[in-house]
Design a binder for this molecule. Structure first.
Ligand SMILES: Cc1cc2nc3c(=O)[nH]c(=O)nc-3n(C[C@H](O)[C@H](O)[C@H](O)COP(=O)(O)OP(=O)(O)OC[C@H]3O[C@@H](n4cnc5c(N)ncnc54)[C@H](O)[C@@H]3O)c2cc1C
Length: 380
């Protein structure tokens, strides 16, 4: 059987090495950046210098590939998340916050923003969530109204990655019976941001206040009323990359647990050989390899046809993020009190694993959707 079925092709291995080199370069300050609630300037400079953000923009606007390649993004996130959640988020959000623009934006607006996204000269954000609306996006209260040759956006977005630090946001709002995506520059009159929330795994998070923000009509992204299809297209390309990040994080936790338990003796033997500890370590290894296999397979399918691969991408996201939660929990357990020390690597990974099961489609919402499709398959 062809080796290519089971191994990353050479081009992706080269990319993996490039991302691993970046991860090593930020090691001296990654712990500091992972505690930050604003973008760390050193992290931004290192990511910009690596050139990796050109992966998330189409070639016509300064990107590396003709269109965004989900497998490339997944492989890079695996390497970055193993070192720093802050770095991983900064990389991924450039794509998540600009993908809709690349697919449906007006030529002038694409030409203005996308080349800057590719070089990290501008920071992107995607604003869906509101104080009262999370999973149930069809209940959004933000409105988009046409006013001559302008549109007016009014509402409050909450828990937005890069909120307050981004240069523009793709904002989803209700327009008549549909939902419209609008590019809102951070400098637009009527726009302001605040940072009311911080979470257990610090993250660049902000709320956006849109007080009648009036923009030229070409800031509408895609056809008016059809914003959800661009959000879906974004998810179809990027959801699987969360699986890559979860695999990277889980691998880092296993490596740390292995180092600790192999080096520490109790009862005259390394902890790694005591009681259930060997099987806990091996179980984590098995789960990581399973998650990685599905992540790469789903990402390769998403690279060919993102929408057709969405079920597989969703399975990879749930499988890998849930596995990362178990792996990191076992890692803390086998390290005993040393797993609990504040500021240690394992504590950072433990906290970092938790949000992954909630954002970009919570586990329950994804499983509910997959279950509905299973049952539909039975009926047809
Ligand atoms: C670190 C972080 C970064 C984020 N970044 C962004 C961002 O950049 N842009 C943005 O728009 N949003 C962002 N969010 C918000 C995120 O998208 C929401 O948290 C997510 O959509 C879930 O919504 P919620 O938290 O309101 O939970 P709720 O929707 O209130 O859900 C609560 C619980 O109910 C369950 N549940 C809900 N509906 C169902 C259902 N139909 N079936 C079964 N169970 C269900 C959920 O699984 C969950 O366990 C971010 C969140 C975090 C934590």
């Amino acid at each position: 059987m062809s080796e290519a079925l089971f191994e990353l092709p050479e081009a992706y291995r080269a990319l993996q090495e490039q991302a691993q080199a970046l991860a090593r370069a930020v090691r001296p300050f990654s712990a500091r950046a992972d505690e930050a609630d604003h973008i760390d300037p050193d992290m931004r400079a290192q990511l910009a210098a690596s050139g990796l953000t050109d992966l998330v923009v189409p070639a016509a606007y300064g990107g590396r590939h003709e269109k965004v390649d989900a497998l490339a993004v997944t492989v890079v996130r695996e390497a970055l998340a193993a070192e720093s959640a802050h770095l991983d988020s900064l990389f991924a959000m450039q794509g998540i916050g600009s993908y809709g623009l690349g697919v449906g934006g007006a030529e002038r607006v694409k030409a203005e923003w996308l080349p800057k996204v590719a070089t990290l000269g501008a920071i992107a954000g995607l604003a869906l969530t509101e104080p009262q609306v999370g999973s149930d996006l069809r209940n959004l209260a933000t409105t988009v109204e046409t006013d001559g040759d302008h549109v007016v956006v009014t509402g409050h977005k909450s828990f937005i990655t890069n909120g307050g630090d981004a240069d523009f946001y793709l904002v989803l709002g209700r327009q008549g019976d549909g939902f419209t995506l609008v590019l809102v520059p951070a400098g637009a009159p009527g726009f302001s941001a605040s940072n009311p929330h911080q979470i257990i795994a610090p993250h660049v998070l902000g709320d956006l206040h849109l007080d009648g923000v009036r923009l030229p009509a070409d800031h509408v992204v895609g056809p008016p009323g059809k914003g959800f299809s661009l959000v879906l297209a974004t998810l179809a390309t990027f959801r699987v990359s969360v699986a890559g990040a979860a695999v990277g994080l889980a691998q880092a936790a296993l490596d740390e647990a292995l180092r600790h338990t192999a080096g520490r003796e109790q009862f005259g033997v390394p902890v790694a050989r005591l009681g259930p500890v060997p099987s806990m370590l091996a179980t984590s290894w098995v789960e990581i390899e399973m998650a990685r296999s599905l992540a790469y397979r789903a990402a390769a399918a998403a690279s060919r046809d993102p929408l057709a691969a969405l079920n597989l991408s969703s399975m990879a996201k749930v499988g890998a993020t849930e596995a990362a939660g178990r792996v990191v929990d076992r890692a803390v357990q086998v390290m005993g009190r040393f797993g609990l020390v504040r500021g240690g690597l394992i504590e950072r990974l433990y906290r970092g694993a938790r949000p992954m099961r909630i954002y970009e489609g919570s586990t329950e919402v994804i499983l509910d959707s997959l279950a509905k499709q299973l049952l539909k398959g039975l009926q047809s």
